[in-house]
Design a protein. Structure first.
Length: 387
């Protein structure tokens, strides 16, 4: 266990010796707890309705199905029930400084406090893993599932009969949906009550095409750097195709390695990201990149969710075309996944983040209390604003 200053003051993961896997960790089973500590800096005082908070470092599996590790933060409610919510934050960065286990001190989401107020334990994984693998679906799904395995093993008052569910928006929904897809083959012992998925991004390539040249263009370098961090050959190809000269060059592109999603969106706003590449957008869709965006960036091909899903989406989503989510839902409906799909004709991607919260919370309470009764596929259009 680490000792010293970082036992009382939070440190960025890359500076904190606690964020390292112990020797021979790769021989442990996925979900095995490798380290555990009370979260430094009295995190529970920052998060309303929490009585304690713990960091858990655990064994997981990366996108190439090789041993890896990740960290999750577990919040203990003041008045606990036998319920666990795994809340995936859309941190959307390749810089480990922006991992939830560190950023929770600066900007704790109100959704977590709301869940704690209901007596739910809340699990918040750093699902991108030690490489900051933003948009790497398999890594994100595995790390989410293994965080729940680790929390269940730690117990902290949860019984073997505890009910549990997942919730995420945008990048957090990416991790949650991939976890739902992968659960049957990777963690068959986990029996989820359901998952709420907002602002889904079913196809990473589609997102890159949609936002390049637009206000959210900064998501493209983040996605490319995050996804290829899992695949050395694709990463080498990516770096080899960046221009070395001109206004849009390799150095400018790689600044994204140290940006939060907000900083990246500001820095690359309205830029055509293809301008950074020798071959333009054809480099972004070339075989070395396409192979990983297909295997690790496209939902609906790794398994069938075994739990009820609540999917909510802005019809005018400017980050991920709504047709992609429509198609994914249609595919799942045809194979009898229980889905409630709510399309909102008001607002865009960032508006829906808050506009969709009441519906998601209603769903989560219903499935965790046991009153949810939808076993079919229900698609509806409901107008709701974020104001």
């Amino acid at each position: 266990m680490a000792t010293g200053k970082h036992d009382t003051e939070p440190m960025p993961p890359q500076d904190d010796p606690w964020y390292t896997a112990p020797y021979n960790y790769e021989y442990k089973q996925p979900g095995t707890i490798l380290r555990i500590r009370a979260a430094p800096g009295n995190l529970s005082s920052v998060m309303t309705n929490a009585t304690a908070a713990f960091n858990i470092l655990y064994r997981t599996t990366d996108s190439r199905y090789l041993p890896s590790w990740a960290v999750t933060t577990l919040f203990i409610p003041k008045h606990p029930k036998d319920v666990l919510l795994s809340y995936q934050i859309p941190y959307d960065s390749v810089d480990l400084t922006f991992s939830p286990s560190y950023q929770l001190y600066q900007d704790p989401p109100s959704d977590i406090s709301r869940a704690l107020g209901l007596g739910w334990y809340v699990n918040v994984p750093d699902y991108e893993g030690p490489l900051g693998s933003f948009t790497a679906g398999v890594m994100s799904g595995h790390a989410t599932l293994d965080s729940i395995r680790a929390v269940k093993a730690a117990a902290f008052g949860l019984t073997i009969n505890a009910k549990y569910a997942m919730w995420g928006y945008s990048g957090g929904a990416l991790a949650s949906e991939w976890a739902a897809e992968l659960q049957l083959q990777y963690a068959p012992e986990l029996k989820f009550s359901g998952a709420a998925l907002g602002g889904l991004t079913p196809n990473v390539t589609s997102v890159m095409l949609a936002v390049s040249g637009k206000p959210a263009a900064g998501l493209v370098p983040l996605a490319m750097l995050g996804l290829t961090s899992q695949f050395p050959e694709a990463e080498r190809y990516l770096l080899s195709r960046l221009k070395k000269q001109g206004a849009f060059n390799r150095d400018g592109f790689l600044k994204a390695r140290n940006y939060s999603s907000v900083q990246a969106v500001a820095a690359f706003a309205n830029q055509d990201i293809a301008d950074y590449f020798i071959g333009g957008f054809s480099d972004i869709t070339a075989p070395p990149i396409k192979s990983v965006t297909t295997s690790d960036g496209q939902m609906g091909y790794h398994g069938v969710p075994q739990m009820p899903l609540y999917v909510y989406k802005a019809v005018h989503d400017e980050v991920s075309p709504t047709v992609d989510t429509d198609s994914l839902v249609s595919k799942y409906c045809k194979i009898n996944v229980a889905i409630t799909y709510v399309r909102n004709p008001l607002g865009g991607h960032f508006d829906e983040w808050t506009a969709g919260v009441p519906g998601a919370m209603d769903f989560l309470q219903a499935i965790l209390i046991g009153t949810y009764d939808n076993t079919g596929c229900k698609i509806m259009e409901i107008a709701s604003s974020s104001g």
